[in-house]
Write a protein that binds this ligand. Structure first.
Ligand code: FAD
Ligand code: SF4
Length: 823
C-alpha cells in the first residue's frame, strides 16, 4: 500500500480525501492527515453562524472522529507539520515525529492578514489582548468569550468576513462599529450603488458603518481603549476584530524549498510545479496566477486531484474557476460575478434598484455575453445568471428578463439550463449533477436529496434552487415526502396506525416491531422513537433491548462534547437540603469533577464524569436521576411562591414538587419542561414551558401549554383556569398523556399544540367532548405506577459493557475557563 500524507485537515484537505476514498483510495493508500487545529474537520463557513449563536459548534463538523477511524485514516489532530524533507520523502512535525510518504498533499489554507497598524501587537506578547482575528473555532470561541464581558467592538474590514464578524458580535449585545478603508462595502464584489444599499441594510441592524476609514492605531496600553483613524478621529472600543483579508499559508512549503509566489504553484493536475509526488489544493495554491478565497473552486480542485492521484482519470485537469459568489451576508442574500461596473462605452449596463426594500440588481452585457452581475436582497435569478456567465449562454433580447421572471421561462426551464457541473450549494460543494444523480438513484423528495448530498445544509441560500432542480430531475413530479407523516423513518406508518398495529399484534420490543411491520429491516434512526412509544404503551410489560437505546439512555447520563458525561441528580422543584448539597460536594471532590454548575432548570450539574465512573457516582450520590438526558419529563421549575414571597398568591413550590414527584421520568416524544409560578410576575418562567402553571388571585391556577424558550420562543396557550392543585395535577396528567399518545417523534409541545389547535385540545381534555378523559387518566396512572429509577441500574449493569469506556476521550477543554482581565 502506498503511504499518502495530507498536511491540513481543513475544507480542501478533507474534501480531497473524501474524493480519493470515493475512487477506491482506501484499498490503495494508507492515509495520515495532519491538522494544526485539535479537531476533526469542520465547515469553516459556518463559523459565522457559530459566532452569531445560530448554530452550535458541534453541528458544523463535516466528518466526525469515528469517520476517520472507519475509513482507516490516521488523524494527527493538533499536530503542526514544520517541514517537508523532499529528498528523504518524510514530513517532520512539531511533536518530533517523522512520517514517511509516497504521495503528499498540501492543504494548509490561509491565515488572516493583519495590516501593520500601530499598537496592534503588544511588545513581546503577540497580539494585544482584546485584538482578534476570525478564522478558526478557537478564534470564534475567544471572540464570544470576550464579547460577553465587554461593551464595544470595532471590526476592521467591510468585506464578507468583516460583515459576518460584525453581525455575529452584535448578537452578544456588543455595540459594533465597522470600519472599511474603501468607499464601498464588499468592494471586491459590489459596485457603489449596491454597496450603499448593503450599507443601509447593515446599518438598519444597528451596526455603525464608517467607510473610507483607514485605521492607523490601536489605542490603549494594557487593554484596548479604541482605534485611531487616519483622519485623526478616535473610535472608542474594548475589542478589535481584524478581518482585513487573508494570505495563503505557505510557510511549510516555502521553508521546504517548494515553488511559492503568492501561494504554492501548481499545474493543471494540482501537482506542485516540478514535483512528481507532491500535490496542493485549496486556498494555499496559485494556479495560472490565480489564488482563490472561496470554497467553490476548491471542490473542483479536489476532484481533479483525486482523479490524478488515484489514476482514475489521467485526463482530468483544472482550468481555473470563474468565481461567482452566492452568499448570505449578515442575513442579506448577495450574489456577484464578473465585473461590477461597465468598463467600455458600449457595455450594456442594466440596473434595477429598490433601496427601501434593500433590493438591487444589475447586469453588464458585452457583445451579447454576460460579463458581470450583482444581485442583492433578491437572488432568484442567480441560477440562470451563473450559467450565462460561466458558459456564455444566449441572452434574452429583453434584458430585463435577466433580472426578473416576467411570466417567462418557468423554474424547471432555468433548472434545465444549468450545466451538470454547475455548483448549486457552494457551502458543501454540491453540483447540479450530484443532485440529478441522487434523484435518478431513486430519491425523489427534496428532503431526501438534501440529506443524501448535504446540499442546502450550509447557509441555506441555495435551497430554492435545490428544490427546482429536484423537481425538474424528477420529471416535474417531486414526491411528497412520504416519510413526513411516518412516526419514525424506518416503519412506514403514521402514529395512530403504528399504535393500532402494535396493540393488535402485541408487539412489545423494538425488534418485534421491525420484524412485523418493517419486513425485518432494522433502522437505527427509528430505535429511540420506538422505545419511547413502546414504553409509553406497555409500561412494565415493555421488553427492553439495550441495542435499541441511544447512548444517553443506555447509560442514563448526557454525553458531552468531549465524550464525558454530565450527571444531574433530581432536585424536585429546585428544592434541596444541606445533606444533599454535602453529598454532591463530596462526589465532586472524590471524582475530581471539572465543573459543578447550577442549571437553568434549578438543579446541580456535575460535568465531566467518565463513563466507567457513572455507577459509583450514582451510588455515592444516592439521589434519584434528574433525567437531564432523556426524551422525558425533566424538571418542574418553581419560584418561592406564597410561602416566602410577598407577592405570592399560591404555594408554587409545593405544587411544583407534587407535579415532579408524580410525573418523574415519564417518556415522551420529546423532552418536557414544566414550571409553576406563584403569581403572574412569573419568576419561574411558566409562560414559556411545555406546561406552565400560574397562581392567580382567589386561590385559582392557570395552566398554559405549548410554550418554549429555547431556539424557538413561544408563549404557551391558556388551557384552563382551575380552582385547586388537585385539578392542576389531573389536567397536567391528562395533557401529558394526550401529548404522549398523539405527538410525532421529537415533536415538542410548541409544535404539537398549534398543530392540533388549543381549542381542540381544550375541548378534548378539559370538556371531555369525545369521552377520552377517563382513558387518558387511567393510562397515565398506570405509567406513573410503573416508574423505576434508572440510576439503580448502576449496581447491576444491564449489559457487561454498559459502563465501560469505549472511545478514547478527546483532549478538549472540558471547562471553558474565563480569562482574567489583568487590568
Ligand atoms: C468565518 C468564515 C466565513 C467564510 N464564509 C465563506 C462563504 O460564505 N463562502 C465561501 O465560499 N467561503 C467562505 N469562507 C472561506 C472558506 O472557509 C475557505 O475558502 C476554505 O475554508 C478554504 O479551505 P482550505 O482547506 O484551503 O483551508 P482551511 O479550511 O483553512 O484549512 C487549512 C487547514 O490546514 C491546517 N494547517 C495549516 N498549516 C498546517 C501545518 N503546517 N500542519 C498541519 N496543519 C496545518 C489549518 O489548521 C487548517 O485547519 C469563509 C471563511 C471564514 C473564516
Ligand atoms: S412569581 Fe410571583 S410569587 Fe413567585 S417569586 Fe415571582 S413574584 Fe413571587
Amino acid at each position: 500500500m502506498e503511504r499518502l500524507v495530507v498536511i491540513g485537515n481543513g475544507m480542501a484537505g478533507a474534501r480531497t480525501v473524501e474524493e480519493i476514498l470515493d475512487r477506491g483510495g482506501r484499498e490503495r493508500f494508507a492515509i495520515t492527515m495532519f491538522g494544526e487545529e485539535p479537531y476533526g474537520n469542520y465547515n469553516r463557513i459556518l463559523l459565522s453562524n457559530v459566532l452569531s449563536g445560530v448554530e452550535d459548534e458541534a453541528d458544523i463538523f463535516l466528518n466526525s472522529l469515528p469517520w476517520y477511524e472507519e475509513n482507516g485514516i490516521t488523524l494527527r489532530a493538533g499536530v503542526r507539520v514544520e517541514r517537508i524533507d523532499r529528498f528523504a520523502r518524510v514530513v517532520r512535525a512539531a511533536d518530533g515525529t517523522v512520517t514517511p510518504y509516497d504521495k503528499l498533499i498540501i492543504a494548509t489554507g490561509s491565515r488572516p492578514y493583519v495590516p501593520p497598524i500601530d499598537g496592534m501587537h503588544h511588545p513581546r506578547r503577540g497580539y494585544h489582548q482584546g485584538v482578534f482575528t476570525f478564522r478558526t473555532i478557537d478564534d470564534t470561541r475567544a471572540m464570544i468569550r470576550y464579547a460577553r464581558d465587554h461593551e464595544r467592538a470595532v471590526v476592521i474590514g467591510g468585506g464578507l468576513l468583516g460583515l459576518e464578524a460584525a453581525r455575529g458580535l452584535q448578537q452578544h449585545g456588543v455595540q459594533v462599529t465597522l470600519l472599511h478603508s474603501a468607499a464601498t462595502l464588499m468592494n471586491a464584489q459590489l459596485d457603489a450603488q449596491a454597496g450603499a444599499i448593503l450599507r443601509r441594510n447593515v446599518e438598519s441592524l444597528g451596526i455603525t458603518v464608517e467607510v473610507s476609514a483607514r485605521t492607523v492605531a490601536v489605542v490603549g496600553r494594557d487593554r484596548v481603549e479604541g482605534v485611531r483613524l487616519a483622519d485623526g478621529r478616535t473610535i472608542p472600543s474594548d475589542m478589535v476584530v481584524v478581518a482585513a483579508g487573508i494570505r495563503a499559508n505557505v510557510e511549510v512549503a516555502a521553508l521546504s524549498g517548494l515553488p511559492v509566489e503568492r501561494a504554492i504553484l501548481v499545474d493543471d493536475h494540482m501537482r506542485v510545479l516540478d514535483e512528481t509526488d507532491i500535490y496542493a489544493v485549496g486556498e494555499c495554491v496559485q494556479h495560472r496566477g490565480q489564488t482563490y478565497g472561496l470554497v467553490a473552486p476548491l471542490w473542483e480542485q479536489a476532484r481533479v486531484l483525486a482523479d490524478q492521484i488515484t489514476g482514475r482519470d489521467r485526463t482530468a485537469a483544472y482550468h481555473g474557476s470563474r468565481t461567482a459568489t452566492k452568499l448570505k451576508v449578515a442575513g442579506v442574500d448577495v450574489a456577484a460575478m464578473g465585473i461590477t461596473t461597465p468598463e467600455r462605452d458600449d457595455d450594456e449596463f442594466v440596473v434595477y434598484s429598490e433601496p427601501r426594500r434593500g433590493v438591487y440588481k444589475s447586469v453588464i452585457v458585452r457583445d451579447d455575453r454576460l460579463i458581470g452581475a450583482t444581485l442583492l436582497g433578491d437572488v432568484s435569478k442567480v441560477g440562470f445568471l451563473m450559467q450565462a456567465f460561466d458558459r456564455g449562454l444566449p441572452l434574452p433580447e429583453e434584458r430585463v428578463r435577466l433580472l426578473f421572471d416576467l411570466g417567462g421561462p418557468p423554474a424547471e426551464e432555468s433548472a434545465a439550463e444549468l450545466d451538470d457541473g454547475a455548483q448549486v450549494c457552494n457551502c458543501n460543494g454540491v453540483s447540479k449533477g450530484d443532485l440529478v444523480t441522487t434523484v435518478h438513484s431513486g430519491v425523489k423528495t427534496v428532503g431526501g436529496v438534501m440529506d443524501a448530498t448535504r446540499a442546502g445544509k450550509g447557509c441555506g441560500s441555495c435551497k430554492s434552487l435545490v428544490a427546482q432542480i429536484v423537481e425538474w430531475a424528477a420529471g416535474g413530479t417531486v414526491e411528497e415526502d412520504p416519510t413526513a407523516t411516518w412516526y419514525v423513518p424506518g416503519v412506514p406508518m403514521d402514529k395512530p396506525a403504528l399504535m393500532a398495529a402494535i396493540r393488535a399484534q402485541g408487539l412489545k420490543s423494538v425488534s418485534a416491531v421491525f420484524d412485523a411491520l418493517a419486513g425485518g429491516r432494522e433502522d437505527a434512526k427509528s430505535k429511540m422513537g420506538l422505545v419511547s412509544l413502546l414504553r409509553m404503551m406497555w409500561g412494565e410489560e415493555y421488553q427492553d433491548e439495550r441495542g435499541a437505546r441511544f447512548i444517553n439512555d443506555r447509560v442514563h447520563a448526557n454525553i458531552q462534547r468531549d465524550g464525558t458525561f454530565s450527571v444531574v441528580p433530581q432536585m424536585k422543584g429546585g428544592v434541596t437540603t444541606p445533606d444533599q448539597l454535602r453529598r454532591i460536594a463530596d462526589v465532586a471532590d472524590k471524582y475530581q469533577v471539572p465543573m459543578v454548575k447550577v442549571t437553568g432548570g434549578q438543579r446541580i450539574d456535575l460535568l465531566g464524569i467518565r463513563k466507567e465512573d457513572l455507577p459509583r457516582v450514582w451510588a455515592d450520590l444516592d439521589m434519584p436521576s434528574g433525567y437531564a438526558y432523556a426524551k422525558s419529563m425533566r424538571t418542574v421549575k418553581t419560584c418561592v411562591g406564597s410561602e416566602f414571597c410577598r407577592f405570592g398568591v399560591g404555594d408554587s413550590t409545593t405544587l411544583g414538587i407534587a407535579i415532579e414527584s408524580r410525573f418523574q421520568g415519564l417518556e415522551s416524544p420529546a423532552k418536557m419542561k414544566l414550571a409553576v409560578t406563584g403569581c403572574p410576575r412569573n419568576c419561574a418562567e411558566a409562560y414559556v414551558k411545555d406546561l406552565g402553571v400560574v397562581a392567580i388571585d382567589g386561590g385559582r391556577w392557570e395552566i398554559y401549554v405549548g410554550g418554549a424558550a429555547g431556539a424557538h420562543v413561544r408563549k404557551g396557550d391558556l388551557l384552563a383556569t382551575v380552582d385547586s392543585p388537585d385539578e392542576v395535577i389531573t389536567l397536567t396528567g391528562r395533557f401529558l398523556q394526550y401529548y404522549r399518545e398523539n405527538a410525532n417523534w421529537l415533536e415538542r409541545t410548541y409544535a404539537f399544540v398549534p398543530r392540533i389547535g388549543i381549542e381542540t385540545i381544550r375541548s378534548l381534555i378539559v370538556d371531555d367532548s369525545d369521552g377520552l378523559a377517563a382513558g387518558l387518566d387511567e393510562r397515565m396512572a398506570a405509567a406513573v405506577a410503573a416508574y423505576t429509577d434508572p440510576w439503580k441500574e448502576g449496581a447491576a449493569p444491564a449489559t457487561a459493557g454498559q459502563f465501560r469506556t469505549a472511545l478514547p476521550l478527546l483532549p478538549l477543554p472540558v471547562v471553558p475557563v474565563r480569562e482574567r482581565d489583568p487590568a
